[in-house]
Design a protein around this ligand. Structure first.
Ligand SMILES: NC(=O)c1ccc[n+]([C@@H]2O[C@H](COP(=O)([O-])OP(=O)(O)OC[C@H]3O[C@@H](n4cnc5c(N)ncnc54)[C@H](O)[C@@H]3O)[C@@H](O)[C@H]2O)c1
Ligand SMILES: N[C@H](CO)Cc1c[nH]c[nH+]1
Ligand SMILES: [Zn+2]
Length: 443
């Protein structure tokens, strides 16, 4: 990998920080649109056809039976179950602290406003599984759904592991901890279409959560733009990380952190920004050494080909590079991390100091690993418990409240030229006036 100096020109800066695959290529949009259309018109038949075509699974049973779920779980070792339970505990603790509070408030006497939270009725969780099955993602999605109390939680994940039509036992165990038993062996854009529009086998859901490759992410965006589709959490595509490190950082740690995301897939991107040429040089050597030892080294190498090593004049400009890139994950390993932290904006999840690898947040520290990618961290947030609720308001005006606020509403409605709005208040004020004069007469 080549070390590149941070250029002064804006166009060159943007080119250097471009994501590897044009997320919105017309070819991708069209391919996903036709998959969605086929699922809408042909239902289960299309689902089975796409499973055969993209996942090499003939006659996909679609639903993972309760018996098969139990069989798969019983084959898991106690050590692995325990590790999943430890992660479950930390993630649950962090998300349980996020429970939103209803608000009830009199904005003025007789005018009561409430903000209320209600768990979304039915949610669909997409757990990636094309390149590697991700039970950790089950916890990231299933725990907040469980804590919010969503009445129906459906899980979909690509089939084929450990055998055709199956899914990984770890995924099933993590799902069982989260109280999820409605599981479909489906991946890709077809799974998203099935969740959004339903088929004979799958009842549609209200909101779809979860990360995935570019087909999954594009499908989520398409169904969310259709009023008859489903809402989505965020665009959470191929994993990415940006590391800011100075000459105090350990190049072994930095290279390992970069590779931890490079091994996700060939379309992942990792970026190292440093004012230290010596550190950059040492990381190049380490990347080569560690990649050669990785079972997924070939995948990581492809991701490294889209990746960047950037030399800046100081840490302040390294922070500017990060803010411009808006990474999914940002790791900082410098002499004064706390000071740097104050100048960092736009990162979805930040990992501070030499003993905080991104793997901690990917698996078990407690934060959510479902995060916006492609630069969407500028205006989208990391997944949290709040995403599993819908918010709504309730209000009530007493007669006294109407008497006091009515004239203001009438004035504003007249200013907008909306007389029917004004009338809805004026007719009530008339009734209140005549009630008041009758009370005066009888007094
Ligand atoms: N941003 C986040 O929060 C986050 C979290 C975890 C994982 N991820 C990312 O999720 C991604 C998971 O990707 P994956 O591929 O391993 O699994 P995936 O489950 O997202 O995708 C696999 C599915 O893609 C479909 N597919 C494959 N090739 C296709 C083609 N040519 N045309 C149409 N559909 C096709 C198949 O149906 C397959 O089931 C990785 O890029 C990983 O980095 C992101
Ligand atoms: N790094 C991924 C989010 O981009 C999450 C993950 C799951 N397993 C390992 N990593
Ligand atoms: Zn990861």
């Amino acid at each position: 990998m080549q070390i590149q100096a941070w250029p002064a020109q804006q166009a060159a800066q943007q080119q250097l920080l471009a994501r590897p695959l044009q997320q919105q290529s017309q070819q991708l949009t069209d391919a996903v649109r036709s998959i969605i259309q086929a699922v809408k018109t042909e239902g289960d038949v299309a689902l089975r056809r796409f499973s055969a075509e993209f996942d090499r699974v003939a006659d996909n049973p679609l639903r993972l039976s309760a018996e098969r779920q139990q069989q798969l779980i019983s084959g898991l070792s106690d050590e692995l179950k325990q590790a999943i339970e430890t992660a479950y505990g930390n993630i649950r603790r962090f998300h349980a602290a996020q429970v939103p509070q209803d608000i009830e408030l009199d904005t003025q006497p007789g005018v009561t406003c409430q903000l209320k939270y209600q768990a979304i009725t039915s949610v669909g969780l997409y757990v990636p599984g094309g390149s590697a099955p991700l039970p950790s993602t089950v916890l990231m999605l299933g725990i907040p759904a469980q804590l919010a109390g969503c009445p129906r939680v459906v899980l979909v994940t690509p089939p084929g592991q450990p055998q055709a039509g199956d899914i990984a036992a770890e995924i099933v165990y993590a799902a069982s901890l989260c109280g999820i038993s409605e599981i479909y062996t489906l991946g890709g854009a077809q799974a998203i279409a099935a969740l959004a529009y339903g088929t004979d086998t799958i009842v549609p859901v209200d909101k779809i959560f979860g990360p995935g490759n570019r087909y999954v992410t594009e499908a989520k965006q398409q169904v969310s733009q259709d009023a008859r589709g489903a809402a989505i959490d965020m665009p959470a595509g191929p994993s990415e990380v940006l590391v800011i490190a100075d000459d105090s950082a350990n190049p072994v740690f930095v290279a390992a952190d970069l590779l931890s995301q490079a091994e996700h897939g060939p379309d992942s991107q990792v970026v190292l920004v440093s004012p230290s040429e010596a550190l950059l040089d040492a990381v190049v050597v380490e990347l080569e050494r560690q990649t050669a030892l990785l079972p997924r080294g070939a995948i990581a190498e492809k991701a490294l080909a889209n990746s960047r090593l950037i030399l800046t004049k100081d840490l302040a400009s390294a922070a500017l590079v990060s803010n411009l890139y808006a990474p999914e994950h940002l790791i900082i390993q410098t002499r004064d991390d706390e000071q740097l932290l104050g100048s960092l904006t736009n990162a979805a999840s930040i990992f501070v100091g030499p003993f905080t690898p991104e793997s901690a947040g990917d698996y078990a520290s407690g934060t959510n690993h479902v995060l916006p990618t492609y630069g969407y961290s500028r205006n989208h947030s990391s997944l949290s418990l709040a995403d599993f609720y819908r918010r709504y308001t309730v209000q009530k005006l007493t007669a006294a409240g109407m008497r006091a606020l009515g004239p203001t509403i009438v004035k504003l409605a007249k200013a907008e030229g909306l007389d029917a709005h004004a009338n809805a208040v004026l007719f009530r004020l008339d009734v209140l006036k005549s009630q008041a004069s009758q009370e005066d007469v009888s007094a």
